[in-house]
Design a protein around this ligand. Structure first.
Ligand SMILES: [Zn+2]
Length: 114
């Protein structure tokens, strides 16, 4: 979307596609720019997305409003070894998002420091 917004987001391979404000909360729709991943089982490059879900992840507030990121959680299908592979599982885990707690690592650091 906006180059400066992507810089503020500061996630690798991600862009802010749109933003909206609902009930005084900022929602940012994120889109991943990498359209393929490497299969953690057989090492093949996978381009076929089987399904995509949306995760709502809490991030740091900006300009006095809470921020939630709508982040796609993709499931790929590897034709080579016939396995389904999640975008962020096992070896392709992202260190800037805690999926279990549904928040970014920087938000987690902020609340544990205050
Ligand atoms: Zn595979």
């Amino acid at each position: 979307m906006d180059f400066n917004l992507d810089k503020l987001l500061n996630f690798p391979n991600a862009t802010v596609e749109s933003c909206s404000i609902v009930d005084d909360i900022n929602y940012f729709q994120i889109r991943w720019l990498n359209e393929k991943i490497q299969c953690p089982i057989c090492g093949e490059t996978i381009t076929k997305i089987h399904q995509e879900r949306q995760s709502l992840i809490r991030d740091l507030s900006v300009f006095g409003r809470e921020v939630y990121l709508k982040i796609p959680h993709r499931q790929f299908f590897c034709h080579s070894c016939q396995h389904y592979v999640y975008d962020f599982s096992g070896t392709v885990q992202l260190d800037f998002i805690d999926w279990r707690r549904r928040q970014t690592s920087r938000y987690q650091e902020y609340i544990s420091a205050s």
